[in-house]
Design a protein around this ligand. Structure first.
Ligand code: NAD
Ligand code: DAU
Length: 370
């Protein structure tokens, strides 16, 4: 273990967490303690390759459990924390925000209090190098019009219960730095896509619905814009911010890749038509499907749907030398190929209570809007 730095990662079994934990462990420089409650959004198959790895420890538990969290700081003596655990889906927060308040607000507060108690007892040198990195979202800034970008100076204006809970957690992180001097860093990132994303989110949902011959539900007029970033590029940015950022720093991170939702769905269909044509899938051939595009349906809009997100990443590019490396067409193809090559992971993710949840809660998108 000599030379390895021990860190606590929360939410390491989720989408970004899975990619991030793997990046840290494979880098050879870190020993990772992954604290994750294994909610519906986690998948037991995501990190099987790391089971038994000397630089990987898994702890099942909640970030709201102060006793557990404090015991992990005491036992593992980490040099820092990467805080990713959260309830992450806007649609779910619209249906019921209780878990969002508990995990995103109370959980983040619990992580901060436990970190502060541990950090206070460190030697001056260790205190100085300790970092609490909070992974947040661009959604805290609200919605953009036709022009402009979010950056580190943009005022907060969260519009959904999800973004309100993330904004609250960001404010607690900022306050713990300002008031107590805890060395925190906040990253606010745009929409991620890539392997291991739970299929409630737009890109994997469209891929999996298409392959099952189900409708592809595009909210509203399909003209909402998101700035898509390949998940590995986000993970590299977070690692860099932890290693090179200064206490109190904030970085906005994005792919410089604005896409209208309808264009993303069309691109998914084009790639799928190419690599998994419906005529070669017996069930879809029987359905008479010639192209996945035939499955696109415009449905009633998400309530309060933010129109446009776009990020100005100048600061992290200039100060830390980060840049997005994976282009959208290549990243989307890689993502689709990953979902096609991992049927066991897909089966597990789409089983469980997810289908039931959709039936019960997605009343607004049951109707076609045009
Ligand atoms: P995810 O929903 O895929 O994963 C969340 C993980 O947190 C899961 O493994 C879940 O089991 C765990 N978790 C939930 N509640 C917990 C609790 N109380 N205690 C311990 N673990 C708990 O989310 P994601 O998309 O990987 O997002 C990770 C982080 O990045 C979140 O903080 C999110 O707000 C932020 N973020 C996500 C995106 C994106 O596009 N996905 C973009 C910017 C920021
Ligand atoms: O911007 C960062 C955020 O990106 C993260 O903080 C969130 O955790 C993450 O979930 C994501 O939020 P979005 O709401 O943008 O992601 P989602 O994949 O749910 O939706 C992307 C866009 O696609 C959005 O404009 C809504 C639309 N959409 C979504 C679904 C699920 C559809 O048109 N149809 C759908 O079925």
């Amino acid at each position: 273990m000599a030379g390895k730095q021990t860190v606590i990662v929360t939410g390491g079994s989720g989408f970004i967490g899975t990619n991030f934990v793997r990046l840290l462990v494979k880098s050879g420089g870190y020993r990772v303690v992954n604290l994750d409650a294994l909610t519906y959004a986690a998948n037991a198959l995501s990190l099987v390759d790391l089971e038994g790895h000397p630089d990987y420890v898994f702890v099942k538990g909640s970030i709201t459990d102060r006793e557990l969290v404090s015991s992990l700081f005491a036992k593992y003596q980490p040099v820092g924390v990467f805080h990713l655990a959260a309830e992450s889906h806007v649609d779910r927060s619209i249906v019921n925000a209780e878990d969002f308040v508990q995990t995103n607000v109370v959980g983040t507060y619990t992580m901060l209090e436990s970190a502060r108690a541990y950090w206070k007892g460190l030697s001056d040198e260790k205190k100085h190098s300790f970092r609490f990195l909070h992974v947040s979202t661009d959604e805290v800034f609200g919605s953009l019009g036709e022009t402009g970008y979010f950056n580190e100076e943009t005022p907060y204006a969260p519009n959904s219960p999800y973004s309100a809970s993330k904004a609250s957690s960001d404010h607690f992180v900022r306050a713990f730095h300002h008031t107590y001097g805890l060395p925190t860093i906040i990253t606010n990132c745009s929409n991620n896509y890539g392997p291991y994303q739970f299929p409630e989110k737009m890109i994997p949902l469209m891929i999996m619905n298409a392959l099952s011959g189900k409708p592809l539900p595009v909210y509203g007029d399909g003209m909402n814009v998101r700035d898509w970033l390949y998940v590995e590029d986000h993970c590299k940015a977070v690692k860099l911010a932890f290693e090179k950022g200064q206490p109190g720093d904030v970085y906005t991170i994005g792919g410089n890749n604005e896409q209208k939702n309808i264009d993303v769905v069309n691109q998914i269909c084009v790639i799928l038509d190419d690599i998994a044509p419906p005529v070669e899938i017996p069930q879809l051939r029987e359905q008479g499907l010639k192209s996945y595009r035939e499955l696109i349906r415009f449905v009633t809009d998400r309530p309060g749907h933010d129109r446009r997100y776009a990020i100005d990443s100048t600061r992290i590019r200039r100060e830390l030398g980060w840049r997005a490396e994976v282009g959208f067409e290549a990243g989307l193809r890689r993502t689709i190929e990953w979902y096609l090559s991992n049927p066991d992971w897909v089966d597990r993710a789409s089983g469980g209570s997810f289908g039931e949840w959709i039936q019960k809660n997605y009343a607004w998108r049951a109707e076609e809007s045009k």
